[in-house]
Write a protein that binds this ligand. Structure first.
Ligand code: BDR
Ligand code: CA
Length: 317
């Protein structure tokens, strides 16, 4: 099996860190670059976190580019220390990175990699979609160079997590998300419906902490704060698996069990619907005509072994 080139765009972030670790542990793909965007923390801190975590895994060959400081419209809403800590990675201390960030920005890194791996490059995004939208703006032919795009974001039947209807990655830059979802490429959307449906538990965190390996141990450490945040959601200390699930689906380690291909549009109005991912799922209930232009696979379910798969791979690092 030839490892497929994959670019990862993120707002590193506790669950982004888990997704990064999952990618580093995945023989199916070759992580050829990472770009950061402001979300859970600002894009500069996110790049710093990313370099430090890659270094913890023993790698020093993956370029990390700083991306957009804020969304297309308005300004960055700021970090979320109660969820991801003041440094984005749960306030844990990790060794300073020995390497600098890449000389080019994230949008240009995407374009450089797409041209180098024309027709082969896979994109994974687990933050606001500002960098992907900017790359599309700079090179509208980008979809012809890219194999597919996987996005953690949105909510299909679920309610939102930053407004009644908006999920954070989409709601923090709805215009960018609208551009990316409208572009002509194969998209897999991994929304809250499925990422909230599975959890990592305290015994999983203990296994990470006891792994004896630097990166899994750091993940176990940072999950402490994340588990505190999710106490209110689940009634126990555990966490949702947003970004690592998207990584696993992008890589093919987890194959969705329910994922219709439907039309999806993003609400960019400035009313209460702003940031909603409107997924046309009427076909589930009605003899509704097929949607010939649909190019977005919306993941609604994955199997019960989902958390066990994620944990096993994180422990293999
Ligand atoms: C998404 O928002 C971020 O806080 C998480 O890292 C995840 O990508 C969940 O809504
Ligand atoms: Ca994220």
């Amino acid at each position: 099996m030839t490892a497929q080139p994959l670019y990862y765009d993120c707002d590193t972030g506790i669950d982004d860190s888990m997704a990064l670790a999952y990618l580093l542990a995945s023989p199916e793909i070759d992580l050829v670059g990472v770009g950061t965007v402001s979300g859970n923390t600002d894009s500069v801190q996110a790049a710093h976190n990313t370099l430090a975590l890659i270094q913890l895994s023993g790698r020093d060959d993956i370029p990390v580019a700083v991306g957009a400081a804020g969304p297309q419209v308005g300004s960055y809403a700021g970090p979320v220390p109660h969820i991801h800590g003041h440094n984005g990675i749960g306030d844990i201390i990790v060794p300073e990175p020995d390497r600098p960030v890449a000389a080019l920005d994230a949008a240009d890194l995407i374009l450089q990699l797409a041209r180098t791996h024309a027709g082969e490059l896979r994109l994974l995004s687990t933050g606001p979609l500002t960098n992907l939208a900017e790359a599309l703006r700079r090179a509208p032919e980008l979809p012809t160079l890219v194999k597919d795009v996987t996005i953690m974001g949105g909510a299909a039947y679920q309610c939102g997590n930053i407004s009644p209807v908006a999920e954070a990655n989409i709601g923090n830059d709805p215009e960018a998300a609208a551009d990316v979802l409208a572009a002509d490429w194969d998209i897999t959307l991994v929304p809250l419906d499925v990422t909230l449906a599975h959890t990592l538990e305290e015994e999983d965190r203990t296994l990470l902490l006891d792994s004896g390996r630097p990166l899994p141990t750091a993940l176990g450490d940072m999950l402490d704060l994340y588990f505190d945040f999710y106490l209110a959601t689940y009634g126990r200390r555990c966490s949702a698996i947003h970004d690592p699930l998207a990584a696993a689906i992008a890589v093919g380690g987890i194959v969705p069990t329910l994922a219709p291909v439907v039309d999806v549009v993003v609400d960019t109005t400035h009313g209460p619907g702003r940031g909603q991912t409107i997924c046309d799922l009427r076909g589930r209930y009605l003899a509704y005509p097929p949607q010939p232009g649909a190019h977005c696979r919306v993941v609604l379910e994955t199997g019960p072994d989902t958390p066990a798969h994620l944990l096993k791979r994180l422990l293999s690092l």
